[in-house]
Design a protein around this ligand. Sequence first.
Ligand SMILES: [Zn+2]
Length: 263
Amino acid sequence: MKILIMVDMEGISGITSSDQVNADSGRFYAEGRQYVTWETNACIDGCFAGGADEVIVRDAHMYGKNLLWEQLDPRAQYVVGQTGDIRLPDIESCDGVILLGYHAMAGTPGAVLEHTMSSAGWQKLKVNGTAFGEIGIDAAYAGEYGVPVILVSGDDKCCAEARSLIPGVLTAQVKEAYSLCGARLLSREAAHALIRRKSAEAAGRCLGQRPFSVAHPVTITLEVTERSPLPSLRNRPYLRCIDGHTIEVTADSFVDAFWKILL
Ligand SMILES: [Zn+2]
C-alpha cells in the first residue's frame, strides 16, 4: 500500500502566525520548519504502523523548501521544490492521500491562517457552485485518479470543512482556532501522538475507501481579491469573464479545469 502525504504548514501543531510559515521572517520561520518536520515524521511513522509499505511526501507549502531534510524519516521519499504542473506526485500509483497541516478555506471565520491558494490574490473559489478550499481541490484532484483522501489534519475549522465535504474522512485536530493568528494548542507530545495514531488508523482502513468526486463537466469560478488583476483572456479563450473580479472555466475534468484557471 502506497500513501502520499501532502504537507502544508498553516495547520501544523505549534503554528499560529504567518511569521512561522513565511521564509522571510527569520527565527519564527526556523521554528515553523522544525514543527512541520516533527509532525511529518509522526505521520510517516503512523502510516507504516498502519500497514503502508511505501510513503511519498510532498512539501507543498509555498516553494516546497520547508522540511528539514536531514531530520526526515529514512523510510519515506520526499518531493520538494517547484513541481511544475504536477500537483499530487505519483498519484496514479497511490492508494490514499493524507492532507497534513492543512487549513480552512478563504473567508472561514476565526480559522488559523485561512486562505485558498493565495491569501493576497484569491478571494473565493467555487467548484460547480460550491465554495472550495485546498482540501476540496486536492480531494477532487486525487478523486479523478480514483484515490481517496483518508486523513486531514489542522485546526478545528479545517477538520470541520474536511468532514462536511468528504463523508467519512478521518480528521486530526491539533489546535482550536480563536482567530486568524491565535489558537489553543495541544502539547507537542500530544499532537504528535494524535497524528501518529490517526495516520495508522487511516492507513489501516485505506483500501476500500471511496474517492471524492465532483460532477462532470466541471465549472470552476475564481473571484480574485480587490485590485488583483484578472488574467489576460487574449490567449485563453476557454476563460469567461464574469465581472471585474471573477473568471470562470468549464472543462471535462476537474484536473483540466484546475490547471486552466491556475496557469
Ligand atoms: Zn501553506
